[in-house]
Ligand binder design. Structure first.
Ligand SMILES: [Zn+2]
Length: 451
């Protein structure tokens, strides 16, 4: 409790400081060299327990100078702060210069990209090469395209479900066999809402690869279910995270020209599901900026349109994959009230956690999102909430946000997003096995709404 009180006090002090900064000293905070935007930035660890962690995370999201609330660990909150802000708080530093972490990774990527670009397409797409590193948007699109060419009976490539803010195509794929074609249940997956969370897209790639590979010997999954997948939602943000600003989170739309020159909306706080009701910010500089209106962002609009397609009325589950912290989060994020299907949602979420433990030994935590922190306008609440329920009145959807590796206790703040590529396959394997089990369970236990 003592730590929690100190943390709360610190948090309030930071808030006051932040408000003063935002009123008087704004230009100082935004003088950034875009090519090395995190020079002098630090990751600070605020010790806190229980609910105090969430209060701190929520308050700090609205403080100018706090670039990002990175992770909520079991006994701490890690925050990424700019150099001006950091000079006030020299203690509890876990990363001394965020830019050095980013520089080392960019140097590694530069070399890896160089050798990758020299390969023929066949070499590039060989699993041992493809899954040995992360990939750019164009390469990911090409990879899915060749997958559809290689498996025309199983994979449909959809070149565009809508455009990003900067006019790039958001692609989708469907994976299904010809058995029970028009009657089988459907599962939705999407990832890459947050630009810097690269293991999300790579995990979905590995998942699709494994589903296809196993189909010949075990056709049950694709004979009983169709997978509808948006493999990279935040195309602009993702590309920006490659082009220098590795820790970018939001999309790249300029909503309005504010004093900070702020760019971007948090695509997982913009969905029309109790939008703006906590755990997001109305300040454009914030990393959890909810946007000017519910569903205002082109990427969110594109996914909603595609989701509520006449051909998608057999959906029974939807999952949004993020990183990091190793969590399986179920509704709700905006209210303490239990979801009507809490019992089954918990069972399926706990099963995902247990399967992962069996496969790799990694400990994921299965919990309600609100028990971690408040968040509103999230995709997983939208999947479960009123809009989708009105559209599909006979059922609700199994809905989760999965936060992939590493755990918040293992990773040093900013380094959590820079997961070594050697972890791409192990993360993919544990999630593939877990999702197979989840789909089998959901097929047997759909969340039917009793009239
Ligand atoms: Zn995320």
């Amino acid at each position: 409790m003592k730590n929690a009180s100190i943390a709360l006090f610190l948090c309030l002090a930071l808030n006051v400081l932040g408000l003063q900064l935002s009123q008087q000293q704004q230009p100082l905070l935004q003088v950034q060299d875009e090519s090395r935007p995190y020079d002098g930035h630090k990751v600070l660890r605020v010790k806190a327990h229980g609910k105090a962690r969430h209060q701190i995370a929520n308050t700090l999201a609205n403080v100018a100078g706090v670039v990002s609330v990175l992770a909520v660990g079991s006994n701490h909150v890690d925050i990424h702060v700019d150099s001006f802000f950091a000079s006030f708080l020299p203690s509890h530093v876990v990363v001394d210069n965020v830019q050095h972490v980013v520089d080392a990774e960019m140097e590694r990527l530069e070399a890896a990209q160089h050798s990758f670009s020299k390969m023929s397409d066949d070499e590039k797409y060989a699993p041992e090469n493809w899954f040995s590193d992360y990939h750019r948007y164009d390469d990911i699109v090409a990879w899915y395209k060749q997958l559809a060419e290689k498996h025309p009976d199983l994979v449909t490539f959809i070149p565009s479900i809508g455009k990003s803010a900067l006019n790039k195509d958001i692609i989708a794929i469907k994976v299904s066999s010809n058995v029970n074609k028009d009657t089988k249940s459907q599962f939705w997956y999407h990832t890459g809402d947050h630009a810097r969370e690269w293991v999300g897209p790579s995990t979905v790639q590995y998942f699709v690869h494994s589903v296809l590979q196993d189909h010949a010997t075990n056709p049950a999954l694709l004979d009983n279910a169709e997978l509808i997948i948006v493999p990279l939602m935040n195309v602009d943000g993702y590309e920006y995270s490659w082009a220098g600003n590795r820790l970018w989170r939001k999309n790249r739309r300029v909503v309005k020209r504010d004093f900070f020159g702020s760019v971007g909306v948090d695509l997982n706080r913009n969905w029309p599901a109790h939008w703006g009701e906590g755990g997001s910010s109305n300040q454009p500089f914030s990393d959890v900026y909810m946007g000017p209106a519910a569903g205002s962002e082109p990427e969110v609009k594109a996914l909603i349109n595609f989701f509520m397609n006449d051909n998608h009325t057999r959906l029974i589950g939807a999952i949004d994959l993020h990183a990091f912290s190793q969590l399986v989060l179920r509704p709700y994020g905006w209210t303490e009230d239990p979801a009507p299907d809490e019992k089954l949602l918990k069972k399926a979420g706990d099963d995902i956690r247990d399967t992962i433990k069996k496969v790799s030994g990694k400990k994921y935590v299965s919990e309600r999102e609100i028990d971690l922190y408040a968040a509103s306008g999230t995709a997983s609440d939208w999947f479960y909430d009123d809009d989708v329920q009105e559209w599909l009145p006979d059922r609700r959807l199994y809905a989760y946000t999965i936060e992939l590796r590493p755990s918040a206790d293992e990773a040093n703040g900013a380094q959590g997003f820079i997961l070594p590529p050697a972890q791409i396959i192990p993360t993919g394997q544990e999630i593939y096995e877990a999702l197979k089990g989840y789909m089998a369970f959901a097929l047997k236990n759909p969340l039917l709404v009793k009239k």
